[in-house]
Design a protein around this ligand. Sequence first.
Ligand SMILES: *[C@@H]1O[C@H](CO)[C@@H](O)[C@H](O)[C@H]1NC(C)=O
Ligand SMILES: *[C@@H]1O[C@H](CO)[C@@H](O)[C@H](O)[C@H]1NC(C)=O
Ligand SMILES: *[C@@H]1O[C@H](CO)[C@@H](O)[C@H](O)[C@H]1NC(C)=O
Ligand SMILES: *[C@@H]1O[C@H](CO)[C@@H](O)[C@H](O)[C@H]1NC(C)=O
Length: 481
Amino acid sequence: MRLTWAGVLAALLVRVTAVAEPESWPHLPRYYTLPSLREQADIQDAWTRERRDKIPAILKKHGVDAWLVSQREYAEETVFWSLKSARQFSARRRTTMLFLASDNDTTASSYTWVDNTPKLWDELIHILDARRPRSIAVDVDPQIAFSSGLHAGELKAILAELGEHWIKRLVSKPLVAIEYIATQPKSRAAWYRRLQSTAWAMITEAFSERVITPGVTTTADVEWWLRERIQEMNYTTWFHPDVTIIDEHAWNLSSTASMMPSAVMMGPDLEIKEETGNVVNYGDMLHVDFGVTALGMNTDTQHLGYVLHPGETEDDVPRGLVEGLRKGNRAQDIVKANMKIGLTGNEILKNVLGQMHAEGIEGRVYSHPIGDWGHSAGTLIGMTNLQDGVPILGDIPLLPSMYYSVELLVEHFVPELNATLRFPLEEDIRHVSSEGDGSAWLWAYGRQERFHLVHTPLSSASSARQGHERLGFNSRGGGDL
Ligand SMILES: *[C@@H]1O[C@H](CO)[C@@H](O)[C@H](O)[C@H]1NC(C)=O
Ligand SMILES: *[C@@H]1O[C@H](CO)[C@@H](O)[C@H](O)[C@H]1NC(C)=O
Ligand SMILES: *[C@@H]1O[C@H](CO)[C@@H](O)[C@H](O)[C@H]1NC(C)=O
Ligand SMILES: *[C@@H]1O[C@H](CO)[C@@H](O)[C@H](O)[C@H]1NC(C)=O
């Protein structure tokens, strides 16, 4: 076939469009294996350098001249984990970092000491005397974890060593640490998408006949299968997967006796107990809350599955369930559309719930930042138990270049079951902004619009094999870059 330039261009465009941003369930998600540890370290350090280069601008934006982050080995500040190099596994001795807002070609914008002698304080004071910051932020906020990492003992040491002149200039500026942790560099997006694809691939496999045999497999079996799969792929996670069968009592968040989503809310008296789970049966709607961790990033996904009766196909999923999922998708769109940079989480929550109610959608919204942490730094849009606003964390403004987890549930009456079910969904998004007013939230990978399905052929003898072929899974861990 003869190639024309127009043809090449068209082919490239098709390719770019196809790869760029699928807005919904694209095709079967694939597994991505991680590069060697050494390559991972190089990738992560490049991101960290890019992020640290933005610190002077963050300090200027929040009106402070300097930022002091200080810790001892095993008593690290929360923000330390977003500042460290990939080869550091903890702070050593006393690890003290000073960041400055003024950065010109002649002076450094940051200093790091790793020391256990008084020389550290002498040199720190020497730098302060030379640079004369009018204000020095320290992370001592009483409410916001990401901005309160300075340990009480370390603060005492600083107060004992700095001297009156500099102690007077210490200030609390919670948004400095929040904005540093929340801001995700553009260069991270490609790998974040691969992590999401891998998480989706794991869910797709877990909610299939490869893993679930109706009448035999329990929800706990599926949870532990996911844990093992994460390990086989050399990823880790930040919470134990949570698989439930959705009936009319599940996810009743106004009931204290109800199942609480484990990654969202932990009761103070959480018991350590063996979970056997429930046996999965034909006709069950399944729910999973699942996340993976790799390369210093975390994902958080909630999807729904359906267990078909023998011989059934996707067309046999009860309409009421399909409509419930669709209603959930509409609520996701409403959250995304209302996430305007600069509004507080509480303002966004009010707008979202107002629009949902105007459209006749009953539900709850409890969306949160994600990235360096599963529940990361930044404003919250509701919590499971707080639908009138979240004190303090809900009053922070939404920042640009964040990753965010759109987490919510909608209620929907399912005629086939003569019951109102709750449809909990969660999907991660990332903020992109270009010059001018081009600002948008995109699905980090995609969003669920169809149920994951567990098939059972009428003659179930060959079920496992057929399922394997239908889903098109390669050998385990078959993905590469
Ligand atoms: C760079 O910053 C230092 C310290 O604030 C200042 O003394 C110096 O004049 C600055 N140099 C330039 C070229 O702006
Ligand atoms: C996981 O790590 C082991 C040990 O380095 C390696 O042999 C294996 O291929 C890795 N598996 C995947 C799926 O990356
Ligand atoms: C949800 O919990 C509340 C409080 O315990 C209870 O009054 C209500 O009946 C429950 N709803 C369902 C559908 O289980
Ligand atoms: C549906 O449920 C309601 C309330 O639980 C009950 O009163 C009604 O009889 C049920 N309808 C059918 C057709 O089972």
